[in-house]
Write a protein that binds this ligand. Sequence first.
Ligand code: HEC
Length: 185
Amino acid sequence: MLSPESLSLALVAAALGLSLPAQSTTYGLGRAPKPGEIEMWDIAISPDGKELPRGSGTAIEGGKVYAANCAACHGKTGTEGPNDVLVGGQGSLNTKKPVKTIGSYWPYATTVWDYINRSMPYNKPGSLRADEVYAVTAHLLFLNGIIRKNELMNAKTLPQVKMPNRNGFIADPRPDWNIGGSSRR
Ligand code: HEC
């Protein structure tokens, strides 16, 4: 016997042309991912760089990686496009024509590594080895005047790179956005 509440719910559902779903714990779609499959996607690098993998590179090797994989879209020197400008613009953010690049805007070198690792080259994301990502990141930091050409970037040194705009971000004061205290750092 249906209770008055479930009867009226059933009537509403019928009036809307819906069928009430059978009670089940899953939706009967897909399957649980295997551990290896989660690992494949679990590649995010946080600002402190603690997840950075083994490997290393300098701007010396990075120049070659850049020329072969990046220059076609970002320009030979990183300043001329056709796609996003990656070099220069320091000191331009509070002018009428801000130029946002890795050097002028990005607060962490670690998240530059992460971005390149997961999404560049745009037409072949995920194709670079960790050494190549370290090297090309070093090359871009070098072109932006942030590190020296022979400075070795790896899981230890990259998080120590001080980006010019590191303190240019203002913490969101709303308490409900202060999850994990991340904006208090
Ligand atoms: C086929 C063209 C293409 C190639 C090749 C390419 N990129 Fe990009 N890149 C783009 C585009 C388009 C964007 C903007 C993507 C967006 O905004 O979603 C971008 C964005 C970026 C950004 C972020 C810029 C910013 O400040 O927001 C970085 C860093 C970057 N690319 C680095 C690289 C590196 C390093 C390589 C070589 C390993 C590379 N790209 C190869 C097209 C390309």
